[in-house]
Design a protein around this ligand. Structure first.
Ligand code: NAI
Ligand code: MG
Length: 504
């Protein structure tokens, strides 16, 4: 057993919760429809668990298709009767207020997020709660700045006056996964509200805790009833009913490519707009001339942070042959020192996987890699007695046809692969299915530009990895997604563009 894990599991992580967080966590939770909390239409419930211990946190209402219909109708009424036409400055004020309330309750939210998702408290405190605050403030600013253009017609510029308008699409369904629960909610909620859409959100069934706390803050901020609705429950029936509902104008989804495809099919009934942030198998390319003090910890964090449960995880590590042994041993050394433990323990650097299902999925990929001939240079096993821990794992000797190199594992497992030069790494890095993110480590500017242009991915990081900013759009190439989140593109994704022409 990892020495740190042993040390970090000697006391009960839940004793780290403040009295306020503990009281909130223990209470049974309801749905949030039209500004009110209510039970599911059939009274159904489900439990969310603490992945550090496997213990149940509390019961959540399990929404039904009937609840989806009620929430969508409430959102539609709120859109038609005020939110759409509210002065942008008034919408902005409400979004700023929500950001302030999250900031005021940041420590409680950070603890709840660690409890429900297993993410380390020292990460939820600096990322999972502060980033949403900044994303809400950033998009509150966009509410008063969204505008369109005056257009001079190319054929008859004197005869007509034309201009465009950006109008909110209507009801937006926001379906989020469990890996960054609160961050993912904010990525979608902030631009949707700023654009003038009303929303029905569905957190992942594994991690609904902070989203329900958010509902209380939505009330406190003073949003009109029905502008924000929150349905806890499962992909089927809740997510699928949202994707099918004829009164939903846009569905914004983050999760697996497989479910993304089923959403596209479900959305075809009314051809609603679809935004998708899906999976990846992102290449991380280290040249021999890289600053290894940056590249080695950078490449290790790119795969081990969040226990690899990150859509942009650098899961395929291409290393220039002359530096291969040095980089692999550097990563193994770095990874062996990572403090693994319960998210709520302050010293923890990486937490457990989200569930037993996810740990079995990760294990079976590594076992398949072993069977196919890969060598396990580090890790390759589950850790601990309780909780869903998995060791940071480095695989060498893999080939492009092995599932470990082809499929998204969504765990702390990296395939280290040697390459010879700049020309052979681009075809190696190119993935037939995915194109989400990528990174390259080199001191040579020309190499960096060449690789950055050549990679078929929605994001390229040079001498860094996973840098996000509210003003920087991100989205996938190929089957990694449709459209962008964040930045101007992120708010425009919740609008329709109308052109208006006057005869002069
Ligand atoms: P998932 O794609 O099933 O779940 C994501 C969200 O979609 C959850 O809220 C879920 O309830 C909802 N959902 C599930 N089925 C649905 C349906 N038919 N219609 C509408 N919504 C539906 O992901 P899951 O099963 O939790 O994880 C499986 C794999 O997906 C992971 O191992 C990983 O490879 C990938 N994944 C990728 C993420 C990313 O950020 N790109 C996030 C989570 C998972
Ligand atoms: Mg949970």
């Amino acid at each position: 057993m990892n020495v740190h894990l042993k040390a970090l599991l000697t006391h009960d992580p839940e004793t780290q919760l403040s009295a306020k967080a503990r009281a909130f966590a223990a209470r049974p939770k309801q749905l949030f429809i039209n500004g009110e909390f209510c039970d599911a239409s059939d009274g159904g419930t489900f439990a969310s668990e603490d992945p550090a211990t496997g213990r149940k946190i509390c019961d959540f209402a399990s929404a039904t298709a009937q609840d989806v219909d009620a929430a969508v109708r409430a959102a539609h009424a709120a859109f038609e009767t005020g939110w759409r036409d509210m002065a942008p400055v008034a919408r902005a004020a409400l979004i700023f207020k929500l950001a302030d309330l999250i900031a005021d309750n940041a420590e409680e939210l950070a603890q709840l997020e660690s409890l429900d998702s297993g993410r380390p408290l020292n990460v939820t405190r600096v990322l999972d709660i502060p980033f949403p605050v900044e994303a809400l403030r950033y998009y509150a600013g966009w509410a008063t700045k969204l505008s369109a253009r005056t257009i001079d017609l190319s054929l008859q510029s004197d005869a007509y006056h034309s201009f465009t308008r950006r109008e909110p699409i209507g009801v937006a369904a926001l379906i989020v996964p469990w890996n960054f629960p609160f961050v993912q909610v904010a990525f979608k909620l902030a631009p949707a509200l700023a654009a003038g859409c009303t929303v029905v959100m569905k957190p992942a069934e594994q991690t609904p805790l902070t989203t329900i706390r958010l509902a209380e803050l939505v009330i406190e901020a003073g949003f009109p009833k029905g502008v924000v609705n929150i349905l806890t429950g499962f992909g089927r029936p809740v997510g699928s009913a949202l994707a099918e509902h004829p009164m939903v104008g846009k569905v914004s989804f983050t999760g697996s490519t497989q479910v993304g495809k089923s959403i596209v099919q479900a959305a075809s009934g009314n051809l609603k707009r679809v935004g998708l942030e899906l999976g990846g198998k992102s290449p991380n390319i280290v040249f021999a001339d890289a600053d290894m003090d940056l590249a080695i910890p950078g490449a290790a964090n790119a795969i081990f942070a969040g226990s690899g449960q990150v859509c942009v995880a650098g899961s395929r590590l291409f290393i220039q042959r002359s530096a291969f042994d040095k980089v692999v041993s550097g990563i193994i050394d770095h990874a062996s020192r990572i403090r693994i433990g319960a998210g709520l323990n302050r010293e923890t650097e990486i937490g457990p996987l989200i569930s037993d299902v996810q740990r079995r999925r990760v294990s079976s990929y590594v076992d398949a890699g072993r069977k196919a001939g890969a060598d396990v240079a580090l890790g390759g096993s589950a850790l601990g007695e309780a909780g869903y821990y998995y060791s940071p794992t480095v695989l060498v000797g893999t080939t492009p046809n092995m599932t470990v190199q082809r499929e998204e594992i969504f765990g702390p497992v990296v395939c280290a692969v040697p390459f010879d030069d700049i020309d052979d790494v681009l075809p190696l890095a190119d993935h037939e299915v995915y194109g989400l993110a990528s990174s390259v480590w080199t001191r040579d500017i020309s190499t960096a530009h060449h690789i950055a242009r050549g990679l078929k991915a929605g994001a390229v990081w040079v001498n860094c990895h996973g840098v996000y900013d509210p003003n920087l759009p991100i989205g996938g190439y190929k089957q990694s997604g449709w459209g962008q989140e964040l930045g101007q593109a992120g708010v425009e994704a919740f609008t329709s563009l109308k052109s208006i022409t006057f005869r002069l």
